[in-house]
Design a protein around this ligand. Structure first.
Ligand SMILES: Nc1ncnc2c1ncn2[C@@H]1O[C@H](COP(=O)(O)OP(=O)(O)OP(=O)(O)O)[C@@H](O)[C@H]1O
Length: 264
């Protein structure tokens, strides 16, 4: 297994007396695609907001590449190589792919033409890395004319340009057709092949099962189960886990490391 990119130890977030996340242990290693699933209100968004530094944990510890991080916030999260990609949001649809990749972080240089040449070469490299075919797409393609899945590819290219090691994808395939979902999967596989990691959040268990190698199932603010794809075996079994959580009589998945629901 690759380097431990990020680790949350006994992380909790409470709002008044309500624990949105209560004492969770969670990690992502380099080069893995982790699927984060759970019913509405399970605590997934709260967990990824803590990862991105958008909200501060009430308690617990964050470790980046094995080192304890202090004063965790959005800037530190970005500096640690964590980028969140939201479906469609934060892309300028009237602008080209190249403008979207460099949005707000344009390459600077004394000579304008040299800068734009370098930007173009960098955009072409990123698009190739992500898997855009040059016969169909150019850096000048307008994002608004791309399909939903292709837009995710642009967002991923931008995240890579921003030096992301861990890309958090929040429901990237919701509202996408099968063909578009397949495109997103191809982009995600390319990101993984480049040695980066993806945290894939979704409600469609089949999608999450297909693309992820390891699963973290949340339930009412706790990690109810972490298991590899091999341990779970099939999307149907993952769905069965979710159903048992919705109708609690305890869960049992051979090989999986269930953490139960007890407070940590
Ligand atoms: N700002 C807040 N103030 C109070 N309670 C909150 C706040 N944010 C989240 N919660 C509560 O924390 C719990 C976890 O919410 P969270 O949004 O993290 O769940 P989720 O798994 O992302 O759900 P969904 O799949 O519906 O997005 C919920 O009970 C929610 O009502």
């Amino acid at each position: 297994m690759g380097e431990r990119l990020i680790e949350l130890r006994n992380i909790a977030k409470s709002y008044g007396r309500v624990f949105a996340v209560g004492g969770v242990n969670f990690h992502v290693d380099r080069g893995e695609v982790v699927g984060l699933i759970g019913d509405n209100g399970a605590g997934k968004s709260t967990l990824i907001k803590m990862l991105s530094g958008a909200i501060r944990p009430t308690s617990g510890e964050i470790l980046v590449r094995g080192e304890a991080a202090s004063n965790w916030d959005a800037a530190r999260s970005r500096a640690a190589g964590i980028e969140t990609v939201f479906q469609d949001r934060a892309l300028c649809v009237q602008q080209s792919i190249i403008r979207n990749i460099f949005l707000g972080r344009e390459l600077t240089g004394a000579l304008g033409w040299l800068r734009s040449k370098r930007e173009r070469a960098e955009a072409e490299r990123l698009m190739r890395e992500i898997g855009f075919t040059s016969k169909v797409f150019s850096p000048d393609s307008i994002v608004g004319q791309l399909s939903g899945g292709e837009r995710q590819g642009v967002a991923l290219a931008r995240a890579i340009y921003n030096k992301a090691d861990l890309i958090v994808m929040d429901e990237p395939t919701t509202a996408l057709s099968l063909t578009e979902t397949e495109k997103v999967f191809r982009f995600v596989r390319a990101v993984r092949a480049s040695g980066r990691s993806v945290l894939f959040i979704g409600h469609n268990i089949h999608h999450v099962f297909d693309i992820s190698e390891r699963f973290v199932v949340m339930d009412r603010g706790r990690v109810a189960l972490t298991a590899t794809k091999e341990e779970i075996g099939s999307a149907e079994r993952l769905i069965a886990v979710m159903e048992r959580l919705a109708h609690p009589q305890g869960i049992e998945v051979p090989g999986g490391s269930g953490h139960g629901r007890e407070a940590a």
